[in-house]
Write a protein that binds this ligand. Structure first.
Ligand SMILES: C[S@@+](CC[C@H](N)C(=O)[O-])C[C@H]1O[C@@H](n2cnc3c(N)ncnc32)[C@H](O)[C@@H]1O
Length: 189
């Protein structure tokens, strides 16, 4: 199978999840904010991605489409049913990177992960974002990108996180408004 065909399948899986979400809402990042996520992954060319909050694999597939075969996504999902469905969708999408789905609470899982991550996508419990970044911080390096979803609609619940990435001096951070929501993109200094 050519790469072209494989990526066509990934697009088809993304479209089917978007259509399912129109019928029964799913809290996926969706195509509009997803365009920024895809662009940042394409620019950063990460080898090791950490995702917090897999749901059914939409954002992992969206990121994976932009990655090379010698790369890896580690994604954490607390609910077993979602993690299993994500596994099926990710296999079906046939994206280049290796994807490891860990079923468990990110607050427990992150500290035991080995190696460094050059890209982190945070999209789980909004009032836990600050804890996720603190747990992951010793696995980041200069230039690592931390992309946080829902920095508009859930800004109140993420206040400690947003203050930290904007004011700690450890990140260069910017907010991008997308429709009624937004994403916070923070680069480790
Ligand atoms: C907004 S959804 C993720 C959407 C997904 N990133 C996408 O765009 O396709 C949030 C997910 O995080 C999971 N979650 C919530 N708290 C978590 C935790 N502490 N550890 C791991 N997963 C968690 C939820 O079960 C849910 O599936």
């Amino acid at each position: 199978m050519t790469t072209q065909t494989a990526l066509g399948i990934a697009d088809e899986v993304l479209s089917q999840i978007e259509a399912a979400s129109e019928k029964n809402f799913l809290p996926i990042i969706g195509p509009f904010k997803g365009k920024y996520l895809g662009e940042e992954v394409r620019k950063a060319k990460p080898k090791h991605v950490l995702e917090v909050g897999t749901l059914i694999g939409y954002s992992a597939i969206l990121m994976g489409k932009e990655m090379e075969s010698q790369s890896e996504i580690v994604t954490i999902e607390i609910h077993r049913d979602e993690a299993e469905l994500a596994g099926k969708n990710i296999v079906w999408a046939n994206i280049p990177p290796k994807v490891k789905i860990i079923t468990g609470d990110a607050l427990e899982v992150i500290k035991d992960l080995e190696g460094l991550f050059d890209f982190v996508f945070i999209d789980a419990e909004k009032n836990e974002y600050f804890q996720y970044i603190k747990l992951a911080e010793n696995k980041l390096q200069k230039g690592s990108v931390v992309f946080a979803d829902n920095a508009g609609v859930f800004a109140d619940q993420m206040g400690d996180y947003l203050d930290y990435v904007r004011k700690s001096g450890k990140y260069r951070s910017r907010y991008i408004q997308v429709g009624g929501d937004g994403v916070e993109i923070s680069i480790k200094l």
